[in-house]
Design a binder for this molecule. Structure first.
Ligand SMILES: Cc1ncc(COP(=O)(O)O)c(C=O)c1O
Length: 314
């Protein structure tokens, strides 16, 4: 009779559990982390800004905002795109839970579209079939690092004034028709969890070409605070999703974070507001913190900015 499974008391095939993530940390990383520990800035700080500049340059994006995880990056992107209660967002049926959860955190409704059997990426035809008058955005996942069909999905989003959020958790360094992922969608979310290409321990980042979206992302990650000299106007609807300098330090030293061509970030593209939302409920909850976040009611024919932008709710 064969041996029982390890689960049932048999001999395990491996002496220890196979680690889920396996990172390469060298002495430089250790020294860089120590320098942060000794430097007195344990949150935010210049190393985070340095990391943001490095990633922006590597992918050819005008702006990059570092946050605490890939999930936080998607949540921040959903917020910046103005997704609110009742808004439908198309999400691929094959992805990690975070792609859809980010929509739920904002009170939106994930609408799943099927993926293609040959690419495992979302099928633009099925996305088109699921668009309704309530659709606010499309999340395109670059599954296993292969960019989604961004031409077709981008055209659908453009035609209807929807936000295109690219979930590039698997796709740092990937290219689509000769351009780096990170410079192709309205908002692109990356993850730096240890199973990804480079790791910051936990960490994430959003890139965008829009100065306005960049400002919204920055406010979102820091409780809605905006630094204007010594005045700190707080606005509603935000969370705390800051990135740690020690984590950023690890990211800066990773090879994927350098731009092979030394290319400068692309110029800023202006953010297109989505079609006006017809209804909005007054509040939702930041699931990561459990803090209720009040959202202003729709103001009629306003844009994403007017309806839910931090400035409108300060
Ligand atoms: C497609 C996708 N999106 C988002 C995430 C979330 O990233 P994180 O684990 O950094 O929160 C993951 C994580 O594996 C993922 O695979």
């Amino acid at each position: 009779m064969s041996e029982p499974l390890a689960l049932h008391g048999g001999r395990p095939a491996r002496p220890a559990l196979l680690p889920y993530g396996w990172q390469a940390i060298d002495e430089d990383d250790v020294q860089a982390a120590l320098a942060v520990l000794r430097g007195g800035r344990l949150t935010t700080g210049p190393r985070v800004a340095e990391f943001e500049r490095a990633v922006a340059a590597a992918v050819g994006a005008a702006h990059a905002v570092a946050v605490s995880s890939g999930t936080a990056a998607l949540h921040a992107a959903a917020f910046a795109a103005g997704i609110g209660p009742g808004d439908e967002v198309i999400v691929p049926a094959l992805t990690f839970a975070a792609s859809a959860n980010a929509v739920l955190y904002q009170g939106g409704i994930p609408v799943f579209a099927d993926v293609r059997a040959d690419t495992l990426n979302v099928d633009p035809a099925d996305v088109a079939a699921r668009l309704t008058g309530r659709t606010r955005a499309i999340v395109a996942v670059d599954y296993a690092g292969q960019p989604a069909d961004l031409d077709a999905i981008g055209a659908l989003a453009r035609d209807r004034g929807l936000a295109l959020i690219e979930d590039a958790a698997h796709a740092l360094g990937a290219e689509y028709r000769g351009r780096r992922v990170g410079a192709l969608a309205d908002l692109t979310a990356f993850s730096f969890h240890p199973v990804k290409h480079i790791t910051t321990g936990e960490g994430g980042l959003v890139t965008t070409a829009s100065r306005e979206l960049d400002a919204r992302l920055r406010r979102f990650r820091n409780h809605g605070l905006a630094a204007t000299g010594w005045s700190w106007p707080v606005s509603r609807g935000s969370c705390c999703r800051r990135s740690l300098p020690m984590s950023a330090t690890r990211g800066i030293s990773s090879p994927c974070c350098s731009s092979p061509s030394g290319s400068a970030p692309t110029g800023a593209r202006s953010w297109r507001p989505s079609a006006p939302r017809t209804s909005a409920s007054p509040s939702t909850t930041c699931r990561s913190t459990g803090i209720p976040t009040i959202r202003p009611a729709a103001t009629g024919a306003g844009s994403a900015r007017a309806r839910s932008g931090p400035s409108s709710a300060s």
